[in-house]
Design a protein around this ligand. Sequence first.
Ligand SMILES: Cc1ncc(COP(=O)(O)O)c(C=O)c1O
Length: 386
Amino acid sequence: MKDKTKLIAAGRPHGRSAHPVNPPVERVSTVLFPTYDDYLEGARTINYGRLGASTHRALEEAVTVLEGGFETRLAPSGLAACNTAILAFVGAGDHVLMTDAAYDPTRKFCEKFLARFGVETTFYDPMSDRDAIAGLMRPETKVVFAESPGSLTFEVQDMPALADAAHANGAVLIADNTWAAGYFCKPIALGADVSIQAATKYLSGHADCLVGTVTSANETAAKKIYMALLQLGSNVSADDAYLILRGVRTLSARLERHQENGLALAKWLAKRSEVERVIHPALKGCPGQATWKRDFTGASGLFAAVLKPAPLPALKAFFNGLKLVGIGFSWGGYESLALPVHPERYRTATAWEEEGPVVRFHAGLEDIDDIKADIDNGFAAMTQAQ
Ligand SMILES: Cc1ncc(COP(=O)(O)O)c(C=O)c1O
């Protein structure tokens, strides 16, 4: 079956002859065992609500199929998925290699939290090749973390090269696959041991809940992830698991439109006099575009534009001039968004040398002409303020 079909069929196990299309929301903390023998059996399988029950299993099964992995577990947010996946593989004295283009809170988790427990992090240039990564490896390096493309600056990473360098050193490769939504890229097929997603974004698709998914490539990784989530006390509500699974059913149709609108908007922006350059993995000039062509089957709706240098009042006027496109931190929902971002504030392994302000755009599902008209109004307000 093709992905589009798998997304419809996966995670719908029903023993009953007549049944609803969707699995029910099974809310649970206490599980009752009819007999002592059932209790003994329960101790080996589901015996309590933490880490979920049937609704969660249905979503996990669908994401496992989507990612092409061995097993998926849910985390309370995308950030929790990133952090728990790292924690599953490190201990005091270990070392992590983290992409310099990582989502800032993932980066902070390494810099602030892991450091308190004696785990050191080195940030690496996201465009590193195999040799560069091999050169940063230490005997105690346990995790190489990739986010491809980076969710602010969109460098597309060479995942097979990263996997190769990690494995040669006995480390694992963990990939944040949120941008591609598990649909346009398969990190596990490219060599990653764990592929995580902020299901909050495209899997949900409706900007109304936070969930993370952690998909392991093999049983060894899966056991570590399971134990880390369990021991950290992670839990996801059945209602949220249900909402994400509902989003999964329409993922392919939504992503096709996000892709279409994203590309159209990026090309339109690239011609604007206010714009210095557009950074979109499918367009020339994006670092790693050749890798994107090799490893991805499409592009989602998130990309950035570097504007020509403009004073702060003009930038404010641009954002305040937007009426349809929202100013918001997230992405992956049905709505278009714009956000001022500051790569220069957090990078350490690489320098961000663009002079102009950077705006990250998420192309939603609206009519593209309406999105363009709204941004056009923003630019008009910006010009007036200059
Ligand atoms: C690439 C990436 N990974 C992880 C996360 C974290 O997801 P959540 O907001 O569900 O914690 C985000 C959120 O913006 C993200 O952009």
